[in-house]
Design a protein around this ligand. Structure first.
Ligand SMILES: C[C@@H](N)C(=O)N[C@H](C)C(=O)O
Ligand SMILES: [Zn+2]
Length: 203
């Protein structure tokens, strides 16, 4: 009897661990999400000029994934598609980016406990016009670490309008903006989510 109970306990622990992995972070794929994928760190088209991810697979915490789906519906109704630049980020990559930039306004310090990409609840996104297939003009490129990328009401009205459309879609879907990066959104109250960055270096 004791043996059976021990076996069942061991089985529950093992399957429970697997459960945490497979249900917390989920893959974001073309089949389930009507978005455009442009995972920049899986290419050399990023501020480092070299590929950092081995592949372009994207993962998000299931709560963020659910809200991203809602955002795609709002975007679609308004005539846009969401383009995704990044989602879950392994700790090693967060560290690499931080070492290169060394500015916590633009890259979260991996040791500060405030990083949201490593929790799987941050998204780097923009909008594409469905009619023209062109990205909206947001005033700067993605990962342009300068003041022009900050949210600011005193910018060109067209750029302000574009950023505000993105902010509206994301806000109504449960995300909050980062003041210093027009492309970065955190799931609301992201601090409650655990950090998966070192647990899942590569999914
Ligand atoms: C590096 C940039 N794309 C980014 O995501 N910055 C925020 C602040 C972060 O690293 O959490
Ligand atoms: Zn980001």
């Amino acid at each position: 009897m004791f043996r059976l109970l021990s076996f069942l306990l061991l089985f529950a622990i093992i399957t429970g661990c697997k459960c945490t992995k497979s249900t917390d972070l989920v893959a974001i794929n073309q089949h389930d999400y009507d978005i455009i994928f442009d995972i920049r760190y899986a290419t050399s088209n990023n501020f480092l000029g070299r590929k950092i991810y081995e592949n372009a697979n994207v993962y998000l915490h299931k709560d963020a994934a659910k809200n991203l789906k809602i955002a795609t519906l709002y975007a679609d109704k308004l005539g846009y598609k969401i383009k995704l630049f990044d989602g879950f980020r392994p700790l090693s990559v967060q560290r690499k980016l931080y070492t290169e930039v060394s500015n916590e306004i633009y890259v979260s310090n991996p040791d500060s406990g405030v990083a949201s990409h490593t929790r799987g609840v941050a998204l780097d996104v923009t909008l594409v016009d469905k009619k023209t297939n062109k990205e909206l003009d947001m005033g700067t490129e993605f990962d342009s670490f300068e003041e022009k990328a900050h949210h600011n009401p005193n910018i060109d009205p067209k750029i302000l309008q574009n950023r505000t459309i993105l902010a509206g879609i994301m806000a109504i879907s449960g995300f909050t903006p980062l003041p210093s990066e027009w492309w970065h959104y955190n799931l609301r109250i992201y601090e409650i989510y655990p950090d998966y960055g070192s647990k899942y270096p590569k999914m």
